[in-house]
Design a protein around this ligand. Structure first.
Ligand code: MRU
Length: 363
């Protein structure tokens, strides 16, 4: 499995996802601005991977900013935080990771500047390592919803490439497969950037999981024919009420699932849940260059002079979401708010499980 990002000896290495699957190119980032460019240009994409990149960008930024003490380093990093935050608006993992880096510096960065820089690199690595563990747990929780013989639809890429490794939505698929279940995955191509056709299809093929690639407008017809059993997707930001922002087209899939009586699951690490937003209407939706819509794989397809619109994400209202699969368990959308960090203690409230067994427990 290819890794989206890694850090080595004071440099950050990002796999250029815009060239996959036909070219494997690694971008060496020597400054935080290189990392910011990679995020903005979608060389790295997917909410958790964007968060990891931002954390590594902060560590890289700390190498170059001038500061006489660890405390001064924290304020000197202001433009780095701002620059990274401005790259893409929808995935909350970006802010989550930067806040975590700031907090680590505030708590532990009392020593020398060089110690503080070291702490930031370690924290960024920790975010990456934790992400992989979290994804495996999400996979273990999610696999119970995939039965032997099921056909699972997924949209965009919520796979290893979108995360530190293993993926979120795909983790449930991988674990179901490891459990010996015979499954088939339907991959939406995901216009205009084609994360499904280029990245999810690549990951499924690599893992030897039977799959079929479809155009984004085929899902309804397949559901009507009884050829899809469930859908599972990732999220860029889920609000406290369970409204889910994810790749444009997710809402359509969710409505189609409801119409056909199929379950629609969202795999969401807690780092993708924004408890500060009471509903999905507050989530900022990225609008990208209309040229991505008017062209296909770099070739102009629409006549010059026509208007195009390129909303990169949509919001699926909680009423269409069957359950949200997190590392703490499976929750109905309305139960999410119980996971909000307790302001006074920093601990989380007790997790209301849906009555499903913990991963790994015997029937
Ligand atoms: O525009 P992208 O490719 O960054 O969008 C990615 C998605 O929408 C993913 O589904 C989401 O980030 C979840 S990734 C685990």
């Amino acid at each position: 499995m290819l890794s989206a990002i890694e850090q080595k000896e004071g440099r950050v290495y990002i796999l250029d996802q815009s060239r996959l699957p036909h070219e494997v190119d690694i971008i060496e980032c020597k400054s935080w601005m290189d990392v910011a460019w990679c995020i903005r240009e979608m060389k790295i994409r997917g909410a958790p991977a964007i968060g990891i990149a931002a954390a590594m960008g902060v560590a890289l930024g700390a190498q170059s900013v001038r500061a006489g003490s660890a405390k001064a380093l924290s304020s000197a990093l202001g433009p780095v935080y701002e620059g990274l935050l401005s790259t893409r608006p929808t995935a909350v993992n970006l802010k989550w990771a930067i806040d975590r880096m700031k907090a680590r510096l505030a708590v532990e960065g009392q020593g020398s500047v060089s110690e503080a820089r070291e702490i930031l690199w370690r924290e960024a690595q920790c975010i990456l390592d934790e992400d992989i563990r979290i994804n495996r747990t999400i996979g273990a929780w999610g696999a119970q919803f995939i039965k032997d013989g099921d056909v699972v639809l997924t949209h965009c890429n919520a796979g290893a490439l979108a995360t530190g490794g293993y993926g979120t939505a795909t983790a449930a698929i991988f674990v179901a497969r490891e459990q010996g279940k015979n499954i088939h995955v339907i991959v939406d191509e995901t216009r205009p950037v084609l994360q499904g056709a280029r990245l999810t299809a690549f990951e499924m093929k690599d893992a030897g999981i039977p799959m079929t690639l479809i155009t984004d407008n085929s899902a309804g017809a397949l559901m009507m024919r009884g050829e899809i059993d469930l859908a599972i997707v990732g999220t860029d930001r889920t609000a406290r009420n369970g409204d889910v922002a994810n790749k444009i087209g997710t809402y359509t899939v969710a409505v189609l699932c409801k119409e056909h009586g199929l379950p629609f699951y969202v795999a969401a690490p807690l780092s993708s849940i924004d408890f500060s937003m009471s509903s999905g209407s507050m989530i900022p939706i990225e609008e990208r260059d209309p040229e991505e819509v008017a062209s296909l794989a770099g070739k102009r397809i629409a006549p010059y002079g026509v208007n195009a619109r390129n909303m990169a994400f949509d919001v699926t209202p909680a009423k269409y979401v069957t359950a949200i699969i997190t590392e703490l368990g499976v929750f109905k959308p309305g139960e999410l708010k119980k996971l909000a960090p307790d302001g006074s203690t920093g601990r989380r409230a007790a997790s209301p499980r849906t009555g499903k067994k913990r991963p790994g427990t015997k029937k």
